[in-house]
Design a protein around this ligand. Structure first.
Ligand SMILES: Cc1cc2nc3c(=O)[nH]c(=O)nc-3n(C[C@H](O)[C@H](O)[C@H](O)COP(=O)(O)OP(=O)(O)OC[C@H]3O[C@@H](n4cnc5c(N)ncnc54)[C@H](O)[C@@H]3O)c2cc1C
Length: 479
């Protein structure tokens, strides 16, 4: 017998015969709460999340996914999908339900003849970048290489190539997906095009994506990346200059500005440990020599306390910030609450406010990120993919992290307050891949999708009328 949560919120029990049926059709590993791997398998990136699924189905291939989906539907069991396990909200897991875990499905196959790549649904960004770079090719992924390609892409996908090549979804050619009725569908512009439209931004609402096909572009292996750190006293001036540079920069350059605290680790000079800083990272998506020339004026915006700019392998830059975000690398546990909002611009007044806030960050791991947007990602018409808001010039993201669980309540409250205060500069909507924790409300989801929301709810009704895929930023089926 297995005690589970049902889709109607009641508790129920699955009998031994039904469990045997699942086991006999499953090739991967089924992990219940007595299994020795259970504690490891239920851990996700954010240590704040403490959910206990009744069963974790570690799939070895597409047929396992079909078996698990059919089991969940037949027995009306609450279901969640785990890709890379990085969503701060912890939506990879569900209490007392069935978690479909794709972390063993990570193969990446490059098709150099057509400049495309097929990626399984449990791959990380590192898997994709590593395999594509052998061929001097790349697609838009994200900035921390252990993140799952699935959750990142289905939510949009903001990476270091966004201004030149768009969001991850803008380079998606096709997917294979297991829908709620257990069918395996292929979706692309010419086939199941409504589903293909919906998954490009609609998250895990429409099924388990077992394979993604992405378009690739020539890049690297050597590129130029600029990154300088400035003392917080210079931050007001330097942040304005960074903004001004980026507003007239070529679309080859994608950049982020951060307010942060330099960690007390050997990788940084001792005299900088614990210093509050403004820093930027900027990748040039052309040749390394072009990049060096085009980024030279940015490297002149102030007197950095540290300059990490150089030519180097694209994969190294893509994983350059990993250590700060990998539990066990510097910090044993990382507790996190991340929330974003789009800005209609970034004024001098707002910069000054951010600098004051940055002087008083509630932990040394808290980060405020200013994402400069625009370029290719903004040129795609808003209704041509489900992804909501594309044309804001900036996104502000409060990436609050801490290492002591006692701080959770106060830092979450602090972050919510900051986000509220920043709303007066906002253009509306938020990036659902930075959704906060326990904030899966219809209001938030509607705000993110804007005018695409009703069409999404329609597609949801067609492919998942019973809302089997609900542990996510949920789009309820249109009735
Ligand atoms: C350290 C860190 C750095 C980040 N950097 C970036 C960045 O640079 N750019 C950016 O855009 N985002 C970034 N993010 C946010 C990230 O895109 C989201 O957290 C995303 O959801 C992570 O995907 P995942 O597969 O790892 O997550 P999971 O937690 O495994 O999944 C999140 C949700 O995605 C859905 N899902 C996952 N896999 C599948 C699948 N195969 N089929 C269907 N649905 C699925 C499910 O609904 C699931 O609940 C970052 C997050 C972290 C923690």
């Amino acid at each position: 017998m297995l005690a589970v949560s049902s889709l109607d919120n009641s508790n129920s029990e699955i009998d031994a015969i039904s469990l045997e049926e699942l086991k006999s059709s499953f090739n991967g590993t089924l992990i219940d709460q007595t299994h020795p791997e259970y504690e490891d398998r239920r851990r996700v990136w954010n240590s704040l999340i403490d959910k206990r699924p009744a069963l974790i189905a570690v799939c070895s291939g597409q047929s396992d996914v079909v078996a698990a989906v059919n089991f969940a539907r037949k027995h009306s069991v609450l279901l969640s999908i785990r890709g890379g396990g990085h969503n701060v909200s912890g939506s990879a897991l569900c209490d007392n339900g069935l978690t479909i875990d794709l972390s063993e499905m990570r193969s990446v196959r490059v098709n150099p003849g057509s400049n495309t790549v097929h990626v399984q649904g449990g791959a990380t960004l590192a898997d994709v970048d590593r395999e594509t770079q052998i061929f001097g090719l790349a697609t838009t992924t994200g900035n921390v290489s252990e993140t799952g390609i699935a959750g990142l892409t289905l939510g949009g996908g903001f990476g270091n190539l966004r201004r030149k090549y768009g969001l991850s979804i803008d380079n998606l050619v096709s997917i294979d997906i297991v829908t709620a009725d257990g069918r395996v569908l292929h979706a692309c512009e010419g086939e199941n095009s409504d589903l293909f439209w919906a998954v490009r931004g609609g998250g895990g609402n429409f099924g388990v994506v077992t394979s993604f096909e992405f378009r690739l572009f020539p890049l690297g292996p050597e590129v130029y990346f600029a990154s300088q750190f400035f003392s917080i006293d210079q931050a007001s001036t330097v942040c304005r200059r960074w903004r001004d540079f980026m507003e007239s920069a070529s679309e080859d350059i994608s950049s982020l500005g951060f307010f942060w605290t330099i960690p007390k680790i050997l990788a940084f000079p001792k005299e900088l440990h614990g210093q509050r800083v403004f820093l930027y990272g900027a990748l040039h998506a052309g040749t390394a020599t072009q990049g060096e020339a085009e980024l030279a004026p940015l490297r002149d915006i102030g007197e950095p306390v540290l300059d990490l700019s150089s030519m180097g392998p694209y994969c190294s830059w893509q994983s350059g910030f990993d250590a700060f975000f990998t539990p066990g690398a510097i910090y044993k546990n990382i507790y996190a609450y991340w929330k974003s909002l789009y800005l209609s611009g970034i004024t001098d007044e707002h910069i000054d406010e951010l600098v004051e806030t940055a002087k008083n960050l509630p932990s040394d791991q808290c980060l405020i990120a200013i994402w400069h947007l625009g370029g290719a990602m903004a040129r795609v018409a808003e209704e041509s993919t489900a992804f909501g808001k594309r044309n804001a010039p900036y996104m502000l993201s409060y990436d609050s992290c801490w290492t002591e669980p006692d701080l959770s309540e106060s830092i979450i409250a602090w972050t919510r307050k900051q986000v509220k205060q920043a709303e007066r500069y906002a253009s509306g909507g938020l990036y659902l891949n930075f959704p906060g924790v326990d904030e899966n409300t219809e209001e938030q989801v509607r705000a993110a999708y804007g005018k695409n929301f009703d069409r999404l709810a329609d597609v949801k009704r067609k492919y998942d009328p019973a809302n089997l895929y609900r542990v996510n930023q949920n789009i309820r089926p249109q009735m």
